[in-house]
Write a protein of this length. Structure first.
Length: 132
């Protein structure tokens, strides 16, 4: 039982982390579509597109790293539960923690880009008049 509980916790944390990465991937797709529209209007979106490309690559790396960490934990058995197995558990926890930190940074950058795009949309809308 001393192995089962941390395995479950790590798998659940890994699943949650991958789900968060998937959500950010969906946001990247939405932002990419918005950039496509701006590009169609003649706006230079090169920097923003590079940001999305970097974020996509980072999400793919996070997904792979977390998947490998979870897989390593799932291979552990009570029979082989020794100091090396404990190291595997600790390494998985560190990997997931680092991935979550990276996801927070990516999320912040994407939110900033989304805000910039929203500001651009509101600048295109006619201002309401206070003539009432």
């Amino acid at each position: 039982i001393s192995l089962f509980a941390p395995q479950v916790q790590i798998v659940l944390a890994g699943d949650k982390t991958v789900a968060q990465a998937d959500d950010l991937g969906a946001l990247i797709e939405e932002l990419s579509a918005a950039l496509d529209a701006l590009e169609g209007e003649g706006v230079d979106v090169t920097e923003w597109r590079a940001l999305l490309d970097e974020a996509t690559a980072a999400l793919e790396a996070i997904d792979a790293e977390v998947g490998e960490a979870v897989d390593a934990v799932l291979t552990l058995t009570p029979e082989g539960y020794d100091s090396e197995a404990k190291d595997t558990l600790y390494d998985a926890v560190d990997t997931i923690r680092d991935a979550r930190d990276d996801l927070d940074v990516i999320d912040e950058a994407l939110d900033d880009l989304e805000d910039l795009l929203d500001e651009g949309d509101s600048a295109d809308e006619p201002e309401e008049s206070d003539d009432n």
